[in-house]
Design a protein. Structure first.
Length: 146
């Protein structure tokens, strides 16, 4: 089955991930639930390595292609944080966190990168390594201290 069909067939599940994330938005570096959700998915998919706690709550999954860790590395990035905005959309999966919502689409970014990561883990139809980078605090805030 071509990769595109595999991802298209998974669309309801991927939309479910997005809606789950949309219901539980978190701000800046305090994306602990989101980071745990992402790390668990990456482990379930079979990432070769899952690094957590980067930049406080960032997550990176490494996926090696068919030739192993040799060769080039490509990074794909998604944001995980939300905004301090009260959601008034009325959608069934609206934010359950008062005064915080994914008005910026980072819930979608995270779900899409998870979908790409799962496909890469399943097929490994590439050489080198892909780093799946899930970034906290894209919306601003002070830099993490060492």
């Amino acid at each position: 089955m071509p990769v595109n069909n595999r991802i298209a067939d998974a669309q309801p599940e991927i939309a479910g991930w997005r809606r789950h994330l949309h219901r539980r938005p978190e701000l800046l570096y305090d994306v602990h639930e989101t980071a745990a959700f992402v790390a668990a998915k990456l482990r379930d998919f079979g990432c070769d390595e899952v690094l957590t706690g980067l930049g406080r709550t960032g997550v990176v999954g490494l996926v090696h292609g068919r030739g192993g860790a040799n060769g080039v590395m490509v990074g794909l990035r998604a944001d995980m944080d939300a905004l301090p905005i009260t959601e008034e959309t009325g959608v069934a999966y609206a934010s359950e966190v008062p005064g915080v919502m994914h008005a910026c689409g980072h819930d979608g970014h995270t779900a899409m990168l998870l979908a790409a990561g799962r496909s890469l883990c399943e097929t490994r139809a590439f050489d080198g390594t892909v780093a799946l980078i899930f970034q906290p605090a894209e919306e601003g805030g002070p830099a993490p201290r060492p």
